[in-house]
Design a protein around this ligand. Sequence first.
Ligand SMILES: *Cc1c(COP(=O)(O)O)cnc(C)c1O
Length: 360
Amino acid sequence: MTRITPQPGIMDIALYQGGASHVDGVEDVLKLSSNENPFGPSPKAVEAIRDAAAEMHRYPSTDHAELRAAIGALNGLDPERVICGVGSDEVLQFLCQAFAGPGDEVLYTEHGFAMYRICALMVGATPVEVAETERRVDIDTLIAGLTDRTRIVFIANPANPTATMLETGELVRLADALPPQCLLVIDSAYAEFAEGYDGGKSLVDARSNVVMTRTFSKLYGLGGLRVGWGYADREIIEVLTRIRQPFNLSTVALAGAEAALKDQEFADECVQVNAAERARLTGGMRQLGIACDDSHTNFVLARFNDEAEADKADAHLKSHGIIVRLPKSYKLPHCLRITVGRPADNTRVLDALAEFRGAA
Ligand SMILES: *Cc1c(COP(=O)(O)O)cnc(C)c1O
């Protein structure tokens, strides 16, 4: 028996399962399992990444001033209140490291994003999960789950993997109900896909106990680059910055993210195509008798009668080279999460599902 043992909580973390990316024996694989931008990153971001390669002997910026300035300019917010991380995942981790520990509770919902539990366990805090109502975050249930030990509440809005969304008024109601020691983190990884939504910015502006997190991994097509950011009260950012490694973002990451942000024409085009294609996928699935909620993201959640049927549908899609996500670990075993692809991709999905329906 070794006496070298990990800290309590760490062995309760299940190893992360990423979206699959290949199917044995199929060449023309269509990966729709990780909510990536099917058009890839902006060509301008690719160019900036290539150019940055020649500077690799230099350490990167430690204050991320240029990227934060670009984020501030685009979103109308104070760059001094922005922190950048290795994906928004790292910002979620900073929040747990800085504000939760053994004996503290981290609250999130039934179908909530996997990182909330992982980050809580990482710092020895107690993850607490409350039920959702029909795949929607339920503010009253969350409020009922608050205790004097709750330090952080995590909500993704819009949510993954359900694709549903709360009105800002509901978030305000939760923020109003928080005990004084508790932060509300609004994970807005999909904010750009939700029309007319500010990602929770107005809420952060109005209160010191709300944090918004954002990412370059979804709309900006840079999941492989690992860049995200958080926006909060200055004092909170100050705390998080103390535990951020001085060189957490590489020169390449900083250059790529900034260039992507500055190519809003490309981003806007992606948002528009996504909205139209999301509607087409949703409508097409419903016509086939496959239920799905209205999506506010770049994916749809298809609901089948039961887990066996979802597994069969998944196998059928796979036989056509289409890889989607089985959200079993999200307590949605009867569902398939399908990223919205390029128009021809979505036609391929709908055709395969129609064939499945015909054969079923
Ligand atoms: C994809 C995703 C993220 C972003 O992760 P990154 O670390 O920025 O790549 C955060 N939250 C949710 C709910 C997501 O789906």
